[in-house]
Design a protein around this ligand. Structure first.
Ligand code: ATP
Ligand code: MG
Length: 598
C-alpha cells in the first residue's frame, strides 16, 4: 500500500502534522505550567506581604510576646480554602505560633507534615524560599500533599530573623488546567490528523490521478493505440506534463503514420515487383520474402532457414559463400526452365554493422532465350551456307581436275552446282525477307483481295509440283463474296509455303485439300494433307526458324526450315494467325485465320 505515491504522501503529511502538533502541544503545556506556577508564586509572595503589612504585631512587635494578636490578625485575614498560613518563630525548635490550622500551633515546624522542611531549612539564612509540587520529590519526603506549593518567607528586623511566614496553597487547579490543555491538544491533534488524511487524500489524488491517467494512456499507446489524449485540467507541472504527453502522441502519430506509409509503399512495391526479393540476416534467418521469391524458392514456412532452401538450388549461394564475398556479388541460377540473375548486397543494421543480405532474383529467361536463339541462328545460317558451298567447291574442283572432259559427267556436275547455287540464293533471299520483316522494313501493300481468285491462282503455281508426285489437289469452290485485306505477294507466299509443304511432305498418290470458311467474323483457310505428319513433340516448334523435324530428309527436299516462320511472320503483320494440327503418318492441317474484309 505504501508503495504508491498517494499513500506515501499521506504518511509523510500525517507524520509531519503529528510531530508538529506534538512538539507544539508539549511546548505550550510546559509553558502553561511554568507560567501558572510563576503567577502562583508571585500571588503567594503578595499574600504574605499583605498579611505582614496588615499585622502590626508581625511587623513591629516581638512575636513570642504577641502570639494572640498575631493569631487574631491571621484569623481576620481571609484565607482561601486551598491555602494555609503558618507563623513560625525563629527559635530553636522553629515553633509554629499561629496559623490557619490551629491544631499545629505550638508544634515544631520541622515535625509538621504540612511544612516543607527543605525550603524551611533553606530559608533559615534569610532568603525567601519556595517550592512547586514537581520539585518536591527530592527534599520533601515528609510532604503529605504533593499538590501544595510552599513558600517560606523570613521576616527580618535589625538584621535578625524574627520568624517565618509560611504559606502553602494547593495548586491542583494548575495541573487540572494543564491536564485539560493536554486533553484539548490531543483532541486537536486527532482532528488535525483526521483532516490531514482527508486533505492528503484529496491533494494526493489531484496529483496522482493525472499520473494514473497518463500511465493508462501510455500503456494503451504501447499497444499501438495512438488515438489517446490526456485531459489537461491545469497549467501546473502536471498540466504541462499532460500537454507534453499530448504533443508527444501527436508527433508519434505523425511519425508512425509516415513510417506506416513508407512501409506500405515498400511492401506494395515488393509485392508487385517482377523480381524476387529476399532479405536474410547474418544468422541465415529469412526476414522478408516477396511473393515472387516465395514462389521461386517454394517457401512454405517462415521459419525455414536460408541455407536449407538454397542448398537445393546452388551451393555457391550458401550464406558462408556469400559472406566470403562480403555479401556482394552476382550469380546465374536456373530453375524450372527459367533463368535468373541473382544480385546480392549487404544492408546495415542500427549499429552500422552488416545486418544481413538482400538478394534480388531477376528473371532473365527471355533475354537468355533470345541470346540462345541468336547464337543458334548464326550457327544455322553458317551451316546452311557451308553445305552448298562445300558441294559447289568440290564439284568445281573435280571439274577442274579433268571431269570437264567427260561431257555427261560435266553436265551433271554443273547441274548440281546450279541447283546448289539456287538453294543458296533461296536461302539468302529467305533470310533477307525475314530480316526485313524483323526490322519492319517490308512495305506491305494491303489491298482488297478476292479469296477464291487468290487461292486458285496460287494453287495453279503448285500444280506441276503436285503432278510430279501424282498428288491430287482438292480445291473447294470458295464463295465469291469472301474478301480479305492483304498484301498480294505476302498472301501468295503464305499459301505457297504451306501448300508447298503439304505437297513436299506427302508421298506419291497423296491428297492435298484446300478449303475456306467463315468463323467468328474471320475467314479460316484450311490446307490439309494425308502425308507423313509431324510428331507431337515437334508440333510447337515447326514455326521456329531453321526448325525441321527431319533435317536430312527436309534438306534432301530442298528445305531450309524457314518457310513456316516466314508464313507466320507475314500472317502476323496482317493481324492473322496460323495454327497446326497433325498426326504422325496420318496427315497435317494448317489453318490460316484472317479477318474478313467487307
Ligand atoms: N505438311 C507437313 N507435313 C509434315 N511435316 C511438315 C509439314 N509442313 C511442315 N512440316 C515440317 O515442318 C518443318 C518446317 O517447315 P518449313 O516449311 O518451315 O521448312 P522446310 O519445309 O523444311 O524448308 P523451306 O520451307 O524453308 O524450304 C519441315 O522441315 C517439316 O519437318
Ligand atoms: Mg517448307
Amino acid at each position: 500500500m505504501f508503495k504508491s505515491i498517494r499513500w506515501r504522501f499521506i504518511l509523510i503529511y500525517f507524520l509531519l502534522v503529528f510531530l508538529s502538533m506534538s512538539i507544539v502541544g508539549i511546548y505550550i503545556v510546559d509553558q502553561l505550567e511554568d507560567i501558572q506556577l510563576e503567577m502562583n508564586r508571585k500571588n503567594m509572595e503578595e499574600r504574605i506581604k499583605s498579611i505582614l503589612n496588615s499585622s502590626d504585631a508581625l511587623k513591629t512587635k516581638k512575636w513570642d510576646e504577641s502570639i494572640d494578636e498575631i493569631q487574631e490578625n491571621i484569623n481576620s485575614t481571609q484565607i482561601s480554602y486551598n491555602e494555609n498560613v503558618y507563623i513560625i518563630l525563629n527559635d530553636e525548635k522553629k515553633t509554629i505560633i499561629a496559623g490557619s490550622a490551629e491544631d499545629l500551633i505550638g508544634q515544631s515546624a520541622f515535625n509538621s507534615t504540612q511544612i516543607n522542611n527543605y525550603i524551611l531549612t533553606k530559608s533559615l539564612d534569610g532568603n525567601v524560599e519556595h517550592i512547586a509540587p514537581p520539585d518536591q520529590l527530592e527534599g520533601a519526603e515528609n510532604s503529605e500533599n504533593p499538590s501544595l506549593y510552599h513558600m517560606s518567607y523570613p521576616v527580618k528586623s535589625d538584621g535578625n530573623i524574627r520568624g517565618y511566614i509560611y504559606l502553602s496553597n494547593n495548586v491542583e487547579y494548575i495541573y487540572d488546567t494543564v491536564n485539560k490543555s493536554k486533553e484539548i491538544m490531543t483532541q486537536a491533534t486527532m482532528i488535525a490528523l483526521t483532516l490531514t488524511i482527508f486533505l492528503g487524500l484529496i491533494l494526493s489524488s489531484s496529483i496522482t490521478a493525472p499520473i494514473k491517467e497518463l500511465t493508462i494512456k501510455a500503456k494503451q499507446m504501447s499497444q499501438g493505440d495512438f488515438e489517446q489524449k490526456v485531459n489537461v485540467k491545469s497549467n501546473d507541472e502536471i498540466g504541462q506534463l499532460g500537454t507534453m504527453f499530448n504533443f508527444l502522441i501527436d508527433q508519434l502519430k505523425k511519425s508512425m503514420s509516415s513510417l506506416q506509409q513508407e512501409k506500405s509503399k515498400m511492401e506494395t512495391t515488393f509485392k508487385y515487383m517482377a523480381d524476387g526479393v529476399l532479405t536474410v540476416d547474418t544468422e541465415g534467418n529469412i526476414i522478408h520474402a516477396n511473393p515472387v521469391a516465395i514462389n521461386l524458392l517454394s517457401l512454405t514456412n517462415e521459419d525455414e532457414k536460408y541455407d536449407d532452401i538454397v542448398i537445393k538450388l546452388k551451393e555457391s549461394m550458401l550464406l558462408n559463400n556469400l559472406k566470403i564475398k562480403s555479401y556482394h556479388g552476382t550469380e546465374i541460377l536456373e530453375k524450372n526452365d527459367e533463368t535468373y540473375n541473382v544480385d546480392y548486397a549487404p544492408f546495415m543494421n542500427n549499429k552500422n554493422e552488416i545486418g544481413g543480405v538482400i538478394i534480388v532474383f531477376k528473371n532473365i529467361t527471355e533475354q537468355y532465350k533470345i541470346d540462345k536463339l541468336q547464337r543458334e541462328f548464326v550457327a544455322n545460317v553458317s551451316h546452311e551456307l557451308k553445305t552448298p558451298i562445300t558441294t559447289i567447291k568440290s564439284y568445281a574442283e573435280t571439274l577442274l581436275d579433268g571431269a570437264l572432259e567427260e561431257k555427261q559427267l560435266a553436265e551433271d556436275f554443273l547441274n548440281v552446282i546450279n541447283s546448289e547455287s539456287d538453294r543458296m540464293s533461296r536461302l539468302v533471299s529467305d533470310l533477307l525477307r525475314l530480316s526485313r520483316m524483323d526490322y519492319e522494313q517490308t512495305k506491305w501493300k494491303k489491298e482488297k483481295l478476292n479469296l477464291g481468285e487468290m487461292i486458285n491462282q496460287t494453287a495453279k503455281k503448285l500444280s506441276i509440283q503436285a503432278k510430279n508426285k501424282n498428288i491430287t489437289m482438292h480445291i473447294k469452290t470458295i464463295s465469291d463474296d469472301m474478301n480479305i485485306l492483304f498484301d498480294r505477294d505476302g498472301f501468295e507466299q503464305i499459301i505457297l509455303n504451306i501448300a508447298g509443304n503439304a505437297i513436299k511432305y506427302t508421298s506419291e498418290q497423296g491428297n492435298v485439300w484446300i478449303d475456306a470458311y467463315r468463323e467468328n467474323g474471320n475467314i479460316n483457310i484450311s490446307i490439309m494433307d494425308d502425308g507423313i505428319g509431324i510428331p507431337k513433340e515437334d508440333l510447337a516448334r515447326v514455326f521456329e526458324r531453321f526448325y525441321r523435324v527431319d533435317k536430312a530428309r527436309s534438306r534432301e527436299l530442298g528445305g531450309t526450315g524457314l518457310g513456316l516462320s516466314i508464313a507466320k511472320q507475314i500472317a502476323e503483320a496482317h493481324d492473322s494467325t496460323l495454327s497446326i494440327n497433325s498426326e504422325l503418318n496420318k496427315g497435317t492441317e494448317i489453318i490460316i485465320t484472317i479477318p474478313e474484309f467487307k
